[in-house]
Design a protein around this ligand. Structure first.
Ligand code: ATP
Ligand code: MG
Length: 676
């Protein structure tokens, strides 16, 4: 780098942030609380490096979503103003997306073919199921672990770099008796993926780690980058830490930022240890702490500080806000879910009237299904919204079907794609599908070979049609993916009508898929983007927007990480939902749930509403015949509640209630209802 220069835009930062941006010697770890400007500092660092003459192509920026990388890069461009070098060539994206790019470039070194395809979670589970089936494990008297559990165990082992017995003992004790069988399944799973030229999500990271373990290839790959920057480091796993170690070259730079109080992916083997161990892993590390919160007004910060103070882990961060006074967060007890919807929508519209656009407001919830009733109400009222973190576009059955055709063409060895496509056909079952796959393998994986397959009479006609489709598609392989999707739709739509409910809606999704495809020149790129960072469902945009391009944000808390909104509504803040019953087993799980709550609350800039319905109808709870009573989340302790305005929205005719009397009454009523 050239002589240290200052730039006028560095004045946007506080001294600690500036020190991080202009840091020169050795690795850098920024540990700081929510809203303290970690992400902003990273974006400025990108701008600074480029301004200092670093080739953008030599910068690797790793983020949690593609969206985050794009936003940071455009921020960096904006910082440098006109005439400055573009950030377009920076390598930015998620670990998985970057792995995909590197692995295609260096496929030979790890013994992969360049045209590998990626299995998503559903495909991986199906493959495990197939193996389990082949081994006859499904018919044992004692029930063998489900396919998703098997994959969960496998994933824990490879991501946490832990042995199978240890993972079983610690996380899946009820599966311990199956250790030997599981080991065989995993062995087969790995060899089957290799034979079929497919990688699952974990493989993308594992192969990348392998690439940089080997000294020779490491030099080449690491040599590609001079500077590595990582956001949200608290949510990386062991394999990702190893990748960074392999990629790092002392003559270059590495900077990671994170907040241990916001680590919420422990269930996927992410580990805060990565942050703690960073200085050992990268000798000579400088640690920078940021303590000023720029996001939230003081009363909100006061509440969130008290929430995280309940943690038994010691997060040494004293956050203070310079944003000054504002409204205290509201804790709102609603009579039931309908009233919760009503309350949230009224406040949203009120703020909208006062000048906060819809997309600057977000409704957050712990689990995707918790927004169902609100979504209905928004649709009914024609209020547009985008939902993040629900069922992803790609996971819908009809989209997966369509994509599978493309995957066959991209990689005819991809047996899961074959199985999916073949079983769509009348008269083709698993056994017949398996024979077709063998037949194609014998023909050196030329998909056109299915034309010569001797199909059983019941399947003959449909197989012949599939063969015509494949014959049409193979020459289209070099053309735009949109043309391929269009041809597949012609074949698939009649099948769709027979197989699924709501064919009209699904058919519109396929239209959108074709539209998305038209933005791509290469089928491979189209498939990869879809699988590694899929768009949100197009059908989750309800109603016609009444203002151009404005919509309310609905998001799971996990997908809200790193974002901020002027007004935030955390709904279903009741015990059983937050902490979630599903994750309220061990002490560590409860701690992680507390951090999840903390992440949710720290997304708010000016207005924060925490709502919980008092009554849940029996669809939620097995308890009682009509409904049961909820309690506010245990994380909203007395100490926290003193910083909030408590609001009760029961009917006016009812007596005035405070939360405490309600809780007492709830308990009493529940005691009685046990005997009704
Ligand atoms: P999280 O932990 O939630 O990811 P973060 O530490 O990454 O938060 P940012 O998102 O970078 O925080 O910043 C939070 C908000 O504070 C943003 O709106 C950002 O523009 C603003 N901000 C950060 N630093 C400064 C500063 N020095 N001056 C003014 N505003 C700032
Ligand atoms: Mg951030």
């Amino acid at each position: 780098m050239a002589e240290q220069t200052t730039y006028p835009w560095l004045e946007d930062l506080n001294p600690q942030q500036r020190a991080a941006v202009a840091h020169r010697e050795g690795p850098l770890l920024v540990v700081a609380g929510a809203g303290s400007g970690k992400t902003k500092t990273l974006a400025y660092r990108v701008a600074y490096l480029i301004a200092e003459g670093v080739d953008p192509e030599k910068i690797l920026l790793l983020t949690f979503t593609r969206r985050a990388a794009q936003e940071m890069l455009s921020r960096a461009s904006a910082i440098m103003h006109r005439g400055a070098p573009t950030t377009g060539r920076v390598w930015g994206g998620t670990f998985h997306a970057i792995a995909n790019r590197l692995l295609r470039r260096y496929s030979k070194m790890v013994g992969l073919r360049r045209d590998f395809t990626v299995l998503d979670q559903g495909d991986s589970e199906d493959l495990i199921n197939l193996i389990r089936h082949d081994m006859g494990l499904h018919s044992r008297e004692k029930r063998f672990p489900r396919k998703s559990t098997c994959l969960g165990i496998y994933s824990r082992c490879v991501n946490g770099k832990d042995d199978l017995p240890l993972v079983l003992e610690r996380y899946f004790p009820w599966c311990a008796e199956w250790e030997a069988e599981l080991k065989t399944i995993f062995k087969q799973y790995v060899s089957r993926k290799q034979k079929r030229n497919v990688l699952d999500y974990d493989d993308l990271l594992l192969y990348w780690a392998e690439l940089v373990r080997d000294v020779e290839s490491a030099e080449q790959i690491a040599g590609q980058f001079d500077h590595i920057l990582v956001d949200e480091y608290q949510d990386t796993n062991r394999v990702q830490a190893e990748i960074l170690r392999g990629m790092y070259r002392p003559e270059g730079g590495i900077m990671v930022v994170g907040d241990d109080a916001q680590s919420i992916y422990g269930f996927r083997a992410a580990t805060v240890r990565n942050m703690l161990d960073f200085p050992q892993m990268f000798p000579g590390t400088t640690i920078v702490k940021l303590e000023q919160n720029y996001r939230s007004v003081s009363p909100i910060l006061e509440t969130t500080n008290r929430v995280i103070a309940q943690s038994s882990q010691r997060y040494a961060k004293d956050l203070w806000s310079a944003r000054g006074d504002g409204e205290a967060p509201k804790l709102v007890m609603c009579k039931d879910e309908t009233q919760q919807d009503e309350y949230v929508i009224s406040r949203v519209l009120e703020h909208y009237e006062q000048g906060i656009p819809l997309h600057r407001q977000a409704v957050l919830f712990r689990a995707s299904h918790l927004s169902a009733s609100l979504e209905l109400e928004l649709t009914r009222r024609d209020i547009p919204y985008h939902k993040y973190g629900g069922l992803r576009f790609l996971e819908a059955a009809h989209i997966k079907d369509t994509i599978s055709f493309l995957r066959i063409l991209e990689n005819p060895r991809d047996e899961m794609a074959w199985f999916r496509v073949l079983q769509l056909l009348d008269g083709v079952g698993p056994a017949c599908a398996a024979r077709v796959v063998d037949h194609v393998a014998e023909a050196r994986f030329d998909p056109r070979a299915i034309g010569a397959f001797d199909a059983p009479p019941a399947a003959r006609d449909r197989m012949a049609e599939l063969s015509i489709l494949v014959d049409d598609l193979v020459p289209l392989g070099t053309k735009e993916p949109a043309a391929q999707v269009a041809r597949i739709r012609r074949f698939y739509e009649p099948i769709l009508k027979k197989l699924y409910e709501n064919p009209r809606v699904r058919s519109r999704d396929l239209e959108s898929l074709e539209q998305i495809a038209s933005g791509y020149k290469s089928r491979r790129k189209f498939l990869v983007d879809l699988q590694l960072d899929p768009p949100n469902s197009t059908s989750d945009l309800a109603g016609a927007p009444f203002v151009d391009e404005d919509w309310l944000v609905l998001s799971t808390i996990h997908s809200a990480k790193g974002c901020e909104w002027d007004a935030v509504y955390l709904i279903h803040a009741a015990d059983g939902f937050l902490p979630s019953d599903m994750a309220a087993g061990s002490k560590e799980e409860i701690e992680e749930e507390l951090r999840v709550a903390y992440v949710a609350l720290t997304r708010a800039r000016d207005f924060l509403y925490v709502t919980w319905p008092l009554r849940y109808y029996s669809k939620w709870y097995a308890l009682g015949d009509r409904h049961s009573y909820a309690q506010p989340s245990r994380f909203l302790t007395e100490d926290v509640r003193t910083t909030m305005d408590e609001v009760v929205t029961v009917d006016e005719s009812e007596e005035e209630l405070t939360i405490d009397t309600v809780i007492r009454r709830n308990i009493a009523e529940r005691m009685r209802s046990m005997w009704e």
